[in-house]
Each structure stands twice: as C-alpha cells, then as structure tokens.
Design a protein around this ligand. Structure first.
Ligand code: PA5
Length: 407
C-alpha cells in the first residue's frame, strides 16, 4: 500500500511503544451522515465556505482540499477559503469585500474555543453575517468545538448555531479525521468516506510492533537514527505543487509534537522542481545538516503529452510524445541520485495514487510515525507548552495598551 524506503537498516534501535490510535479515526456513522448532510446543504446554497481556525483546526482540511481539488478553479462547486489563521487587518478587510455578492457559509473551528486569531476573525465575520443575513445568519454559521466546554460552545448554544465535535481526547493537529477536517473537506466535494477508509486501513496496518512490516515505525526509527547522527533538519519534498498545504500540515504535526525540551528535528518543506531553482543549491552543496524525505505518488490522474515541434526550435523533440508526469518522475530519480551523491540522506515514501483514500492513508501514516517518533525522543507528542509563551507576552502588551488608551 505505502512503501517506505530508507537504505539503512533501522533495526539497531530499542523498541518503543507503538500507541493505539484507533480513536483518531473513530468517526461514527451518525456523525459522518450529519457531516455529509450539512456539506450537501452548503453545496446547494453557498458559493463560499469560510473556515475560521488556526493550527490543527484548519491545516488538515486545507491540506486535503488543496491536494485533491483542481489547480485552477472552475466555477462549479463551493470555494473553501480561510480566516483566523493570521492577524492581518488587511486580510480581513479584503476578505469581507470578497464575500460580497457571494452566498456564504461559515465554519468556525476551535477546540478550546478561545484562541485569539480565530476568535477575533469570528467576531468580525459574525457581525458581517448578521448585518447581511439577519436571523438567517445563525443557520449559516457552523461551529466545530469541544463537546462540553469552551466559550465557542457557549456562543453556539446562545446563538443557536449547529455544532460539530472535536473529541476531547483528540488534539488539534491530530484532528483531521474528526469534524474539524471532515466538514470542510466534504463541503469541497471530496469523498470523506474514502478518505476515512484510507486512514482506518492505515491505522490497522501500522498498529503493530513489527519493525519489518510497519512502515510508520520504520520512518520514525530512520528519522531518529539520522537525528542521533547529528542531522538537525528534515526536508519534506514532493514534486506536485498541490501538496504544498499537506507539507504545511506535516510541518505543524512534527514541529509542534517534537520540538520541545531542546530536542527534535526542524521540519521544513520544499516543492520540486520549483525549489530546485531556489534552495536546490543549498541542498546540494550547503551545510550538511539536512536529510530529505520524498513523497511520491505512482499515479496522478491528469497528464499531458509533450508535443512535437516542427524544426525542433527549442531542441526538445527528444521528449516529444512523453508524458509530463513521466518526465516529472524522472526528474525525481535525478534529484535522488544527485542529492545522495552530494551527501544528503534520502528517504522515500511511495503511494500508489493521489486520491482521497491514499491521502487519508498517508496522513494517518504521518500521525502514527509522529507519535512513535516523539516516544523515541521521550517527549510528549500531544502538548505544545512553547506556544503559550508568545500568547502570554502578546496578552500582556495588549492589556497594557488598553490601559494606555483609557488613560
Ligand atoms: O495542534 C494543536 O493543538 C494546535 O495547533 C491547535 O490546533 C491550535 O492552537 C488551535 O487551537 P484551537 O483549536 O483550540 O483554537
């Protein structure tokens, strides 16, 4: 199903706990049905779904939607757009202008219900929706949050918004298989049943301690091996630009799960061949601090052939009749050879097809590997104490300014 390739044998390491992660893919039939129903309603009534959330509360949905929807928008279907993941006034101002003349639904996603970025964006968007839609606004606003607690939960109760749940035991960056990810993904027209099936099969494939067959375990061990040998940076690379947001999701998953107690690999990402003309020089010949993990899909549905050109003006007729995807795959093989020769260890994750099932499978693979990997580092994969530091300072400054304004 998924092939992990790393030339070194990682067996030399001690076994670590391979945690049970069934509850991360445990969406009930009733919940799935409710999500599909509301997604259908959005698709019938809206041109835009605005997803308000930050970190784990939007990166997963955005990763899947970008990976599985066309590069260039056709006018059909719902456009999923995002807010609450930055604090730019210009962004919000332009967003409100963009929403004019479009039929809008809003899905605000926050497990705690009190994160500053989405809370501020929601305050602005709520006012906009109420001014524009009056009492109908409450039908167009959907809340995804904790089942029992939080300010957002209270607001949903008071304002009569429909609610979806992020289970208490599922942390933000592991929540793509809950309503946090599934609702926007379904609204964009992607088959969430196939996406979940992929994740569930991955869950059962990687739920064992057999290093020989468990690719998630192998990947975690290989990363730890390289980390122990002094590599400090992992570069996730792929050759399909629509995977950029999946890279972002991966970066948050590993960065927030492992980067603590002064430990962890720095996760960063590149999209080839674009970045070969940007950071490729550094990879090939710069400081030897990094290794590369390549994601490769064997089959990508759409493709185009290189045409024959009369007189061969550009000298490329030797490629005439060849498929662009095939050329892209060959460039991948060239990159692997060159980077390995340049002293960059390369790992490969090969997946049969770029579709909903396999994206679900791949994302669960990463989640499982991440938790095993954090266990190897002996850090807690589920907390993010360091994120609080900036929030505390920002709040102090904001409150100080309030005092100054009122003086
Ligand atoms: O992975 C995490 O837990 C975080 O990135 C959260 O998802 C992020 O901080 C948003 O939190 P919340 O959903 O509570 O608004």
């Amino acid at each position: 199903m998924l092939k992990f390739d790393y030339p070194k044998n990682p067996e030399q390491f001690n076994m670590v706990e391979v945690p049970d992660m069934k509850h991360y893919v445990d969406c009930s039939m009733d919940e799935l049905f409710a999500i599909q129903q509301v997604a259908e309603e959005i698709r019938e009534n809206a041109n835009v779904l605005l997803v308000i959330g930050v970190g784990g509360s939007f990166l997963g949905a955005r990763a899947v939607i970008d990976a599985l929807t066309p590069y260039f928008r056709t006018n059909n279907g719902v456009e999923v757009i995002y807010a609450g993941n930055n604090m730019s006034g210009a962004y919000l101002k332009q967003l409100i202008t963009y929403l004019e003349n479009k039929s809008v639904y809003v899905n605000v996603v926050s497990k705690s219900g009190s994160t500053m970025e989405p809370a501020l964006a929601f305050r602005i968007v709520k006012e906009y929706m109420e001014n524009r839609y009056g009492t109908e606004a409450s039908n167009r606003i959907l809340v995804t949050t904790d089942a029992h607690k939080g300010i957002l939960k209270q607001m949903a109760e008071q304002c009569g918004y429909r609610q979806f749940v992020i289970p208490t035991e599922v942390g933000g960056r592991y929540s793509v298989f809950t309503a946090a990810g599934l609702l926007p993904i379904a609204a964009s027209g992607i088959d969430i049943q196939a996406f979940l099936d992929g994740a569930k099969n991955a869950e059962s494939d990687f739920d064992n301690v057999d290093i020989q067959s468990n690719a998630a375990y192998q990947y975690a061990l290989a990363r730890f091996d390289l980390y122990s040998r002094g590599y400090s940076l992992e570069l996730l690379a792929s050759f399909e630009p629509r995977l950029r947001k999946l890279h972002e999701w991966w970066k948050q998953l590993f960065g927030e799960s492992e980067g603590k107690e002064h430990k962890g690999l720095y996760p960063t990402t590149v999209t080839f061949s674009t970045d070969l003309h940007a950071i490729g020089q550094f990879i090939q010949e710069g400081s030897r601090i990094l290794f590369e993990t390549l994601i490769h899909f064997d089959e990508i549905e759409e493709d185009i052939e290189v045409p024959f050109m009369l007189n061969d003006l550009d000298g490329l007729n030797y490629l005439a009749g060849r498929s662009m995807n095939e050329i892209n795959a060959t460039s991948k093989d060239g990159v692997v050879l060159a980077h390995e020769e340049g002293g960059v260890p390369v790992m490969k994750i090969c997946i049969p097809k770029l579709d909903a099932y396999h994206v679900g499978y791949l994302m669960f693979f990463f989640m499982k590997a991440c938790v095993i990997s954090a266990n190897l580092l002996e850090v807690n994969p589920f907390d993010q104490p360091g994120v609080e530091a900036y929030k505390k300072k920002m709040l102090e400054l904001l409150k100080e300014n309030v005092v100054n304004i009122h003086e």
